[in-house]
Write a protein that binds this ligand. Structure first.
Ligand SMILES: Cc1ncc(COP(=O)(O)O)c(C=O)c1O
Length: 345
């Protein structure tokens, strides 16, 4: 079986552009975006800024680059970022904050979406010459390693208060903020109003092939443009990619509810085997195999034999992800295979 024939539940990044999206890409008006002359990129940036109620946005090639541009905007070299110990920015971005921004990161113990703003408040270190001053707090909405958990709006409001009291910035790694919006019904502009900067991604749940945006004030996004160029992220006729993003925003946000419903069905199917790590709210289904006879690799190998791909995140941690490329037929195959494998071990 080729990967295309398998039911791929490894990640929501595995989607391929739909026929409608490819048509939009082929028809895109383009120009040189480093000169600011790509009309489709400019339209996408304006549209995303407006969605989040901010002045400006900047198209970047990846979620990692969008996060790292934002962190460099908020935290000068040698100063400090606070985030969850399992945050994407300190787990999967290959030390970029330190390597590119000279940023010192300090983490609160892994809690996923269940952040206690008081714990964060107590970690903040003031300005001065003696200790590393805290400049920004980053949260992740939804939380990837936290099983797609959604940080409640009230928690975010409290965190905004904590940040304001201490005079530090608040960043949101919103790679899957669309999922939080659909799951909790909080508007994107409400989320946007709580953060100094956001990074939002078009190539995960939304199904575009490439692209994230940094969102913030006009002044910050002007500086972000320089940082992006320095990092090698200045793209030329990027309107072809921006067109995919615009198509995704128009057609693929509301349908995330289908991904959430399919994830809930997967969660229900594996729950009797005691492997569900946490309550499933969005499109990620984290599996904790510490008490199961199968470890994560063995489960993934057995699932592959049955035509289903899953992610191995650790020796006893695995993950299933629903997305635009998964239909009911694929879901049924997974719903038949996974309980059979878990029951047989
Ligand atoms: C929460 C989160 N932030 C950022 C990223 C980085 O995105 P990219 O892979 O486009 O660099 C990811 C990727 O999976 C993610 O899950």
């Amino acid at each position: 079986m080729t990967v295309a024939e398998l039911v791929d539940l490894r990640s929501d990044t595995v989607t391929r552009p739909t026929a409608g999206m490819r048509e939009a890409m082929a028809a895109a008006e383009v120009g040189d975006d480093v000169y600011g002359e790509d009309p489709t990129v400019n339209a996408l940036e304006a549209e995303v800024a407006a969605l989040f109620g901010h002045e400006a946005a900047l198209f970047a090639p990846s979620g990692t680059m969008a996060n790292q541009i934002a962190l460099q905007l908020l935290v000068p070299p040698g100063e400090e970022l606070l985030c969850d110990a399992d945050a994407h920015v300190v787990t999967y971005e290959i030390g970029a904050a330190a390597a590119y921004g000279g940023i010192s990161s300090r983490t609160w113990p892994t809690v996923g979406a269940d952040i206690d703003p008081e714990v964060v408040a107590r970690m903040i270190r003031p300005d001065g010459f003696f200790a590393v001053p805290t400049r920004a707090i980053a949260v992740e909405q939804t939380h990837n390693r936290g099983g797609g958990g959604v940080i409640p709006l009230d928690t975010l409001r409290e965190l905004r208060g904590v940040a304001d009291d201490a005079g530090v910035a608040l960043h949101c790694d919103g790679a899957r903020i669309w999922h939080a919006h659909v799951a909790d019904g909080v508007s994107l502009s409400e989320y946007g109003g709580l953060f100094d900067t956001l990074s939002v991604c078009l190539s995960k749940g939304l199904g575009a092939p490439v692209g994230s945006l940094v969102v913030g004030s006009a002044e910050k996004i002007a500086r972000a443009r320089t940082i992006r160029k320095r990092m090698g992220g200045g793209m030329r006729q990027a309107g072809i990619l921006a067109a995919a993003g615009r198509y995704a925003l128009a057609h693929h946000v509301d349908r995330l509810a289908e991904d959430h419903a399919r994830a809930a069905r997967l969660a229900e199917a594996v729950a009797p085997f005691g492997v569900l790590a946490t309550t499933v709210r969005t499109n990620l289904v984290p599996l904790d195999l510490t008490k199961h006879a199968l470890d994560a690799r063995a489960l993934a190998a057995a699932a592959r034999q049955e035509g289903v791909l899953i992610s191995v995140l650790g020796p006893r941690t695995a993950r299933l992800v629903t997305h635009l490329g998964l239909d009911d037929e694929g879901l049924d195959r997974a719903l038949r295979a996974l309980p059979r494998i878990l029951a047989a071990a």
